[in-house]
Design a binder for this molecule. Structure first.
Ligand code: NAD
Length: 485
């Protein structure tokens, strides 16, 4: 059987099992258009099998001392480090991002494992020896059961590792439904977990689409859902999951804004924004999509931005010097080209047209970096998440107008300011409606020990992924009050 026709297996109870369906979807290398595997569109029955195993395994896994669970993560950490290059290549193969970006993504995943391996300290409770005369109280943390993880295509390693290391080290069991567009890496993560000594049934994978997602949302034995993906699906998952009385954290789409003020270091601002707008082909939930620049420096800013953008090398991310890889699928390329057309029709000024770049015509799904000037908030290119290398620039009078404009977005994942003035930074921090802020940096994605904390339509729920929020989301508490008599 060639790689091209290979149908991937699910991972249930520590065994690689065929899905109970003949229905499959093609997995493409987006840089070449080649079919590299087939992913099964698993059924509700497949999902039920996985959840049942996970529920059964929970009974014993939760009894394993947390220090022993953490030791498995220490081994896993070493295995991820040992396999760093291989994992990065697999990410580039199925997602298209450059090898450098993929190496960075593996690092982000490793950091999540490092944070979760501190579970013995993180899980400690609190005590008070005298809540009244000779009466004491203590709080203890416990796992909650089977967790369902549903993940997007753009970070096949980082997003699952936001979820399962913390979930399993705190004593839960896990069923992952990876993106059907980038499913390969998940299986490798499972193989390495097995090598690290994780008992069978603690971590399971069911590949597929809607049926598996709905199965997780409806299954009585699933205690909580961690979702990351686009806004409409996040809203749907949050509503259906909470209606079924589950804990749900649903991280959604984004449209991140940067504000560039006239006192900014323009060289730094343009370098950071080129990276933030076009790195990973704009397919980051923390990508910079809109810049509000002060009118007095707008021309100079745009000239520098276009100059640096012109230096970007586009191509297959496996080649060393490539910065910009393809977008994920042909349909996504078509959708992006339509947005560029819409921007032109809406009256924005196309100052860099990525449709004409050399390489766009290849078999892979390439779109060159594209920049619009004179964009307003009435335009669709300002309002919608395009999730591609398309950047919109709005000209504003001052910081106040920039903040007011930015706050009109329905999304509120990240926002950045470029300035040398501490007072401006403070005003920005206090008045902007977004959960992850950057000061003179382009991609303010928090490290694993801080929460990934989007606001508004970029997040549904209350406890975010990562940091102590992650710990709290995957645990529940008992408070014991007693007296020695
Ligand atoms: P997506 O919403 O299409 O898919 C995400 C997951 O949901 C996949 O596993 C998919 O199989 C499943 N799914 C898709 N449609 C469904 C439906 N109708 N019913 C049930 N399940 C469904 O997202 P994507 O295109 O894979 O990922 C890109 C999106 O994810 C972007 O919007 C991006 O901003 C967002 N994202 C957000 C964050 C964040 O932290 N907020 C991080 C990464 C990605």
């Amino acid at each position: 059987m060639t790689m091209a026709t290979k149908v991937m297996n699910n991972y249930i109870g520590g065994e690689w099992v065929e899905a109970k369906t003949n229905q499959t979807e093609k997995v493409y290398n987006p840089a070449t258009g080649e079919v590299i595997a087939r992913v099964p569109v698993s059924t509700k029955e497949d999902l039920d099998d996985a959840v049942n195993v996970a529920a059964e395994t929970f009974k014993t896994w939760k009894e394993v001392p947390v220090v022993k669970r953490a030791r498995i993560l220490f081994k896993y950490h070493q295995l991820l480090v040992d396999h760093w290059d291989e994992l990065a290549e697999l990410i580039t193969l199925e997602n298209g991002k450059s090898l450098k970006e993929a190496h960075g993504e593996v690092l982000r995943g490793i950091e999540c494992v490092e944070f979760a391996a501190g579970a013995p300290s993180l899980m400690m409770g609190e005590q008070l020896s005298s809540i009244a005369t000779e009466l004491e109280s203590g709080m203890y943390r416990y796992p909650i059961g089977v967790i369902g993880g549903i993940t997007p295509f753009n970070f096949p390693m980082m997003v699952p590792t936001w979820m399962f290391p913390m979930a399993i080290v705190t004593g839960n069991t896990f069923v992952l439904k990876p993106s059907e567009r980038t499913p390969l890496l998940a299986n490798r993560l499972a193989e390495l977990l097995e090598e690290a000594g994780l008992p069978k049934g603690v971590f399971n994978i069911v590949h597929g689409a809607h049926d598996v997602v709905n199965g997780l949302l409806d299954h009585k034995q699933v205690a909580a859902i961690s979702f990351v993906g686009s806004q409409p699906v996040a809203e749907y998952v949050y509503k259906r999951g909470t209606e079924n009385l589950k804990r749900v954290q649903a991280l959604a789409g984004a449209k991140n804004h940067s504000i560039v003020l006239k006192d900014a270091n323009l060289d730094n601002a343009t370098t950071q924004i080129v990276n933030a707008a076009f790195g990973s082909a704009g397919e980051r939930c923390m990508a910079c999509s809109v810049v509000a620049v002060e009118e007095s420096i707008a021309d100079e800013f745009i000239n520098q931005l276009v100059e640096k953008t012109n230096e970007i090398k586009m191509g297959n991310g496996l080649n060393d010097d490539v910065f910009l890889g393809p977008v994920i699928r042909d349909q996504h390329k078509e959708r992006t080209l339509q947005y560029i057309e819409t921007g032109v029709k809406e009256g924005a000024k196309l100052v860099r047209d990525g449709r004409n770049d050399e390489g766009v015509e290849q078999d892979g799904y390439f779109v060159g970096p594209t920049i619009f000037d004179h964009v307003t908030n009435e335009m669709k290119i300002w309002q919608d998440e395009i999730f591609a290398p398309v950047l919109s620039i709005c000209r504003v009078k001052n910081l106040e107008e920039a903040v007011e404009l930015t706050n009109q977005s329905r999304f509120a994942n990240g926002a950045c300011i470029f300035t040398k003035d501490g007072g401006n930074v403070r005003t920005f921090r206090e008045t902007i409606d977004a959960g992850m802020l950057g000061v003179n940096i382009g991609v303010p994605a928090p490290m694993a020990f801080f929460p990934f904390s989007g606001w508004k339509d970029s997040f549904y729920g209350d406890l975010h992924a990562n940091g102590k929020d992650g710990l709290y989301f995957y645990t529940r508490k008992k408070v014991v009050t007693g007296r020695w008599v």
